[in-house]
Design a protein around this ligand. Structure first.
Ligand SMILES: NC(=O)c1ccc[n+]([C@@H]2O[C@H](COP(=O)([O-])OP(=O)(O)OC[C@H]3O[C@@H](n4cnc5c(N)ncnc54)[C@H](O)[C@@H]3O)[C@@H](O)[C@H]2O)c1
Ligand SMILES: [Zn+2]
Ligand SMILES: [Zn+2]
Length: 339
């Protein structure tokens, strides 16, 4: 089968690899869509924390089951599905408490043990499979994974269904946080993004206002548009050296900053802003299995996520898709690969 592999930094080749064998507890999926995500970009640049080159790309997938192992009972050939791309070790304290996202022994795609989704076929254990409703498109189904990141971030909120929010950065993840927040009934949501295209997307998805942090004091603008005191929750989904301080100053006293961005280098933080105002800084790492299931329920329930998709490309164009994201060559929301 054709598989996209990063052979060296900035070089993607289509290799002919054997179709994965489904073990007795596995299913084999004919891939219809694979999503390009920030971690694929790290892999493409050769800067990924643990995936070493050469390496297969992709962990977001939707497709149709074409083979099932002898012990598979819950899934059948012909089912349209998506996959939670993680399997915990099963017996550490984090797996036991339902926080498989924090398991250090978890297995993920793009490793020799599992393979990648930028391919014609993808093998996955039955326990990771979620069925898509018959009226849900593969384009929506493949977004279950990034949507689960957004659900996890929203589940870290103390304010439940009430309160106001700021979202700093409206790429895929920020826009999906916005979609989940709107679905939960939150109306006072203010966004920032340096790109006009992304600010427009945020307004389309229901943000009250979207500001460019390069041309105004975004924290002041958001406070002025809200109560003047700041928002209850600020979700950080962009990386910039001043982003945590910006998040702190846009958040009211006793409020919370939820950090989703992977900021790979140390940045300065004005700690006084947190201490003096008793603000909380909370990390959100991928998703628990519960958050993934919730994301699938939202998609099966008809939540519009598909409108963030801007590009559909072939497997052979995987390298070009990564380059568009890397160089910000054109306005892009989510880029999907259609093998
Ligand atoms: N915690 C997790 O489990 C997890 C999972 C997925 C992604 N991430 C991280 O979340 C972040 C967002 O991911 P994404 O896929 O949406 O990336 P993305 O590149 O699509 O989105 C980032 C957005 O931030 C905007 N931006 C850049 N500088 C900004 C600034 N100073 N202020 C406001 N906006 C700014 C960009 O224009 C872009 O639209 C990345 O850092 C990614 O690594 C974390
Ligand atoms: Zn992803
Ligand atoms: Zn574990």
């Amino acid at each position: 089968m054709r598989t996209a592999v990063v052979t060296e930094p900035f070089k993607v080749e289509i290799e002919d690899r054997p179709v994965p064998k489904a073990g007795s507890h596995d299913v084999l999926i004919k891939v219809e869509r694979a999503g390009i995500c920030g971690s694929d970009l790290h892999l493409y640049k050769g800067t990924h924390a643990f995936r070493k080159l050469p390496c297969e790309l992709g962990h977001e997938v939707s497709g149709m089951v074409c083979e099932t192992g002898s012990n598979v009972a819950r899934v059948a050939i012909g089912d349209r599905v998506t996959v939670e791309p993680q399997v915990g070790c099963g017996d550490c304290e984090y797996c036991e408490s339902g926080n498989v996202n924090l398991c250090v022994g978890k297995t993920v795609p793009g490793t020799p043990a599992w393979g990648g989704t930028f391919a014609e076929y993808f093998r996955a254990p039955e326990q990771t499979i979620y069925k898509l409703a018959s009226d849900v498109s593969y384009d929506s189904g493949v977004l279950a994974e990034p949507l689960a990141v957004a659900v996890q971030a929203m589940n870290k909120r103390a304010n439940g269904e009430s309160g106001s929010m700021a979202i700093l950065g409206c790429g895929t993840i920020g826009l999906l946080v916005l979609a989940v927040a709107r679905h939960r009934g939150i109306e006072d949501i203010y966004c920032t993004d340096t790109a006009q295209f992304n600010r427009q997307m945020a307004i389309k998805l229901g943000a009250k206002a979207a500001f460019d942090p390069l041309s105004c004091d975004a924290a002041d603008m958001i406070k002025a548009a809200n109560s003047g005191h700041g928002v209850d929750t600020c979700v950080v989904t962009a990386s910039a050296r001043n982003i945590i301080d910006q998040a702190s100053s846009v958040t009211k006293k006793l409020g919370e900053v939820i950090l989703v961005s992977m900021i790979t280098e140390p940045i300065p933080v004005y700690t006084y802003g947190f201490v003096f105002n008793e603000r909380k800084l909370i990390g959100a790492m991928t998703y628990t299995t519960g958050a993934f299931a919730e994301a699938c329920e939202l998609i099966n329930g008809g939540l519009d996520v598909e409108s963030i998709v801007t590009h559909r490309i072939s497997l052979e164009e995987s390298g070009e898709g990564l380059e568009i994201l890397d160089k910000k060559k054109e306005d892009a929301g989510k880029i999907l690969i259609c093998p």
